[in-house]
Design a protein around this ligand. Structure first.
Ligand code: NAP
Length: 266
């Protein structure tokens, strides 16, 4: 039985797996394995890297994958590039699902930078007590700063080296405006550092910074590997079965609750 591979680790990937699984589409969700107790999506789950584009290309053939939805985090650039390359070589249909980035609103004081190294340079001039709301792998870029105190918030323990003046707060979204105001006030935060991850779950820190009039250093997304992308789970859920229609045998369609193939093949 052919399966759809969802490259996951995001809320959208979990939702997509849930929608397709409930419609009878066979899905395998893939997680990087970075989080100790990940929120698992419905359906089959595999964990860990594939071994670059070559490994993924082999994996696609071995597991009879009819299409791939890359729903990884907007900053998981290596996985996205690898998926784009492997699918292209294997002739497997590929779709990028990426939530839109955040947009500035009136009252925001955002400073856009290209990467975390530039964020580390910017933060020193903007404040003395910073909330670092980044991935745990990104904190090392701030290790050389000893004139700013950092509240490092991440899902898992941040990878060393860490800045000398710091406190680590292990937490994961969804966050609320009230909770984020509490964090800013309790720790007397005067600058926030974030990546442009997008989505509702972690956006309240931006609302809280606006309410308190604080500057926010925002790291731009890396360039996309693929040329096109959809931004909603509904669009990806509509695309995926149509790829099965192009490739599956007739008996597979009845199980997937889909229409009979039109004979266009592929
Ligand atoms: P990455 O740098 O793009 O990926 C590094 C390697 O991890 C990939 O080349 C791949 O290994 C493996 N990998 C990543 N996502 C995978 C998946 N869904 N299934 C199987 N293998 C996967 O991504 P990252 O290291 O995970 O994270 C980069 C940034 O994205 C970090 O700042 C992180 O905070 C953020 N982020 C990632 C995720 C996620 O689930 N990946 C979730 C939230 C945030 P092989 O080359 O061996 O295939």
């Amino acid at each position: 039985m052919s399966s759809l591979l969802i490259l996951g680790g995001t809320v959208e990937a979990r939702e997509l797996a849930g929608v397709l699984h409930s419609r009878g589409v066979p899905v395998i969700s893939s997680l990087a394995g970075r989080v100790a107790a990940p929120r698992l999506p419905p359906g089959e789950v595999r964990i860990g890297g594939f071994g670059g584009p070559d490994g993924l290309e082999r994996w696609l053939a071995e597991h009879d994958v009819f299409a791939v939805v890359d729903a990884t985090h907007p900053f998981a650039a290596r996985m996205s590039a690898s998926a784009f390359e492997a699918c292209g070589r294997a002739g497997v249909p590929h779709l990028r699902l990426e939530r839109p980035g955040w947009r500035e609103r009136p009252g925001d004081r955002w400073v856009w930078v290209d990467d975390v190294a530039a964020a580390a340079q910017a933060v020193e001039g903007l404040g003395r007590r910073a909330l670092l709301a980044l991935g745990r792998q990104e904190v090392a870029a701030f290790a050389g700063i000893d004139s700013t105190w950092f509240l490092i918030r991440s899902v898992g323990p941040p990878d060393p080296p860490l800045p000398p003046l710091r406190e680590v707060l292990l937490d994961r979204g969804p966050f609320t405006l009230g909770g984020e105001l509490g964090v800013l006030d309790e720790h007397r935060i005067d600058v926030v550092v974030t990546r442009d991850s997008g989505g509702d779950q972690t956006a309240p820190k931006l609302d809280a910074a606006r309410e308190r009039g604080l500057p926010v250093v925002v790291v731009r997304r890396p360039p996309a590997a693929s040329t096109g992308a959809v931004t909603t789970v509904a669009e990806a859920a509509a695309w995926a079965p149509s790829q099965a229609d192009r490739t599956a045998a007739p008996d597979e369609f009845s199980r997937a609750g889909s229409q009979k193939p039109s004979g266009t093949g592929g």
